[in-house]
Design a protein around this ligand. Sequence first.
Ligand code: FES
Length: 154
Amino acid sequence: MTDPERLETIMSRYEGVAADLIPVLQDIQDDCNYLPKDALKIVAGRLNVPLTQVYSVATFYKGFSLEPRGVHHVQVCRGTTCHLHGGTRLQEGVIRRLGIEPGQTTPDGQFSLEQVKCVGKCGAAPVLAVGEDYFGEVGVDGVTKILRTYRKPK
Ligand code: FES
């Protein structure tokens, strides 16, 4: 469910035309860590864009998610090169450390986990990404150290 005031603040930054669709969705994604369904309906109406088109854009770009994501989106590369260089052990280490499976979010909402195909950094395999940050040649011991830097203190 979207906070109407926050959505209104986002909409007020734009002219309310169809060309605003992607930046509006980016702002909502940044604000909520996902695109709530009720927000998509409101955006469609306000920008006068068919809801099917809004969903089309929302599902096309990997940066958008229709499901709630953690504050930090963790991606483990499962491409061939990473697989050959310890990608399976890396993924097992991340699963153990976070206590969630790919597609899930930690109960505190801090991390979500996704396994992805090659992220284009094969020379650094195996690769782990947290948000926009990429880490190469990550061993199981490195997982804890990396994730610790992102966890907010309680
Ligand atoms: S296979 Fe992992 S970065 Fe290419």
